[in-house]
Design a protein around this ligand. Sequence first.
Ligand code: ZN
Ligand code: ZN
Length: 293
Amino acid sequence: MFALTRLRLPIAVLIAVVFAALLALVAFSSTAEANHSWGGYHWARTSNPFTLQLDDNLSGTWKPYLATTSTDWNKSNELDTKIAASQNTKQCRPTSGRVEVCNSTYGNNGWLGLAGISVSGKHITQGYTKMNDTYFNTAKYNKAEWKNLVMCQEVGHTFGLDHQDETFDNKNLGTCMDYTNDPDGGAGGASSNDPSNEHPNTHDYTQLSNIYSHLDSSTTVGQTSAANKTPAAADEADLDDEGPSKWGQLIRQSPDGRLALYRKDLGGDHKVFRFVIWTENAHQLNGKGRQVS
Ligand SMILES: [Zn+2]
Ligand SMILES: [Zn+2]
């Protein structure tokens, strides 16, 4: 009896050690992979690093957030962003080879932030992002933490990045590509000491390295001629206020439905994707607002 117990203990310890090692391996490989590109879509370019122009169509209060986002993403080895003067209006019509960044009171349409991206084959040809001041002017969202999260995430989508996590009420991962109800981390939300989700993290830069490791034989960055390759895409931004019925297919949404991805096929291999962050109360809207299945 005594001998048996003495034998069992080391075996139990051994099993526990092996199990812990396996768990560590699983945890390591799932985070190390950093696989959060959306379908492998990327800007075509013939050399790295490349510089993507972000057109500043913002009012004064938003400009510092774009500056922060630009600086943050420039830590990528492959990608640089350059902020340029406004080309555009609050309608935010996309411009070939660039990303338009806009804010306005777009109305009670349910979306807090939106990124629209045109693709031709696997190549991104143009993008735009909109911050909806109708909601950012309210007490809940009129905070630096929310503005940083949404600006950083929507611009991140235009590079080909997807969300790292879509559950809003779990611990922050420390990246703006993680949706949260507590963007600045710390007190509030799921944890009292989780990191801020207002900026990218190293997994985002790793993912950008994966997406942009290869070079293409042509470029879609800064190309004005790309306009001809994306029929009707220039008018797409006008449909944002119309709601999901004009956005093509809902191809994915988060468990709580607050993040959604729509794809509209424009014929040939041309598509427009919309990444949408709905507000907390968007489910109360009907008609023009969010459609709930
Ligand atoms: Zn390519
Ligand atoms: Zn998003």
